[in-house]
Design a binder for this molecule. Structure first.
Ligand SMILES: [Fe+2]
Length: 278
C-alpha cells in the first residue's frame, strides 16, 4: 500500500539538485588519483545510474516535481561514503571496514553539502541514506521516510543487478575480486542460503561462503523489492534469468528458480495499479 503524498511538498528545486550534482562530482574527482581509479569510477557510474533509476521509478509512480527532487538527492549521495571507504580501506566490504552509509552521512555533514535544506528535510535525507543498506527498515519510521527509503533501495538494487549481470555475462573476463567479494568459486550451495530463498526471505551476507551463494543472495533481493515499476524492470531486463544462467544446473537450483519466478509473476500482478497521489 503506497502512502498518500499529496501534502508532502519538500522545499527543494531542480536548481538545487543541479548544485548537488556538481558537489557530488567534485567529491568523486577528489578521490580520482593513484592506481585504483577503476573502483572509484565503478561507484561513480553506479551512483549516476541509481540517480537515473530513481527518476524512472519516481516518474512511473507519479511523484510530483519536488518529491522527485528529494528522491534524486538521496540517490546522488547514498553511496558518497564509498569513496572514503575505498580510500581508507581499499575495499567495499563493510564487514572488513566500516558501514559505508554511516561514513557517507558523516562525510555529508562535514561537507555541509545539504545545508541549503531545512533542518527536518536534511534529517530525512540523512535517515534515508543511513537506511539504504540496512537488512530491515526501522518499522517506527514515518511513512514518508519509509516510502523514500524503499524507493532508494529499489533503485539501488536495479543498478546492482545491472552491474553483476553484466559481469556474469562476460564470458572471457578475468575475475574481479571487488564484485565477487573475494569468495571462492566452489561447487554447490549452502543449505542455509537455499532455505532462506525457499522461505522467500533475503539472505544474510554473513551466511554466504561461495560465489554461488553470493549469486543466490543477489537473486533473493527480489523479496526486498517494493514497487511495481521495479518488479516490471526486473522482469523485462531479465536480471534473474541471467543470474540463474550463471549458476550450475541442479535440482535444488531449479526448485528455487521456479519459486522465484512464480513470486515475480505474482508481484507484477498484485502491484498492477499501484501509484502514489503526488
Ligand atoms: Fe548504491
Amino acid at each position: 500500500m503506497l502512502p498518500d503524498l499529496s501534502h508532502f511538498k519538500p522545499h527543494i528545486s531542480p536548481e538545487q539538485v543541479e548544485t548537488c550534482k556538481k558537489r557530488f562530482q567534485s567529491v568523486v574527482d577528489s578521490y580520482k588519483h593513484g592506481s585504483d581509479i577503476e573502483n572509484i569510477v565503478l561507484k561513480e557510474t553506479h551512483t549516476k545510474r541509481v540517480y537515473q533509476e530513481i527518476i524512472f521509478l519516481g516518474t512511473e509512480l507519479g511523484l510530483g516535481e519536488k518529491q522527485l527532487c528529494l528522491a534524486q538527492i538521496t540517490a546522488l549521495f547514498h553511496d558518497i561514503g564509498r569513496f572514503e571507504q575505498y580510500a581508507r580501506y581499499q575495499t567495499f566490504m563493510d564487514r572488513q571496514s566500516e558501514n559505508h552509509a554511516i561514513l557517507g552521512v558523516k562525510a555529508l555533514k562535514k561537507l555541509k553539502g545539504l545545508n541549503f535544506l531545512e533542518k527536518s528535510l536534511k534529517s530525512l535525507v540523512f535517515r534515508i541514506i543511513l537506511y539504504h543498506n540496512r537488512a530491515v527498515l526501522p518499522p517506527k519510521e514515518t511513512p514518508i521516510c519509509l516510502f523514500f527509503s524503499k524507493l532508494l533501495r529499489d533503485a539501488d538494487k536495479l543498478d546492482i543487478w545491472r552491474v553483476v549481470t553484466d559481469y556474469y555475462c562476460q564470458k572471457d573476463r578475468g575475475r574481479n575480486k571487488t564484485i565477487e567479494l573475494d569468495l571462492p568459486d566452489i561447487p554447490g550451495i549452502s543449505k542455509t542460503v537455499s532455505k532462506c530463498l525457499m522461505n522467500q526471505t533475503i539472505v544474510d551476507i554473513n551466511q554466504i561462503s561461495s560465489l554461488n551463494d553470493l549469486k543466490l543472495l543477489q537473486i533473493g533481493w527480489i523479496f526486498d523489492l517494493n514497487f511495481r515499476p521495479a518488479f516490471k524492470a526486473v522482469q523485462s531486463r531479465r536480471y534473474l534469468e541471467m543470474i540463474f544462467e550463471a549458476l550450475p544446473p541442479s535440482k535444488e537450483i531449479r526448485l528455487i528458480s521456479n519459486m522465484v519466478f512464480a513470486y515475480l509473476e505474482k508481484q507484477n500482478l498484485n502491484n498492477e495499479h499501484a501509484t502514489v497521489k503526488p
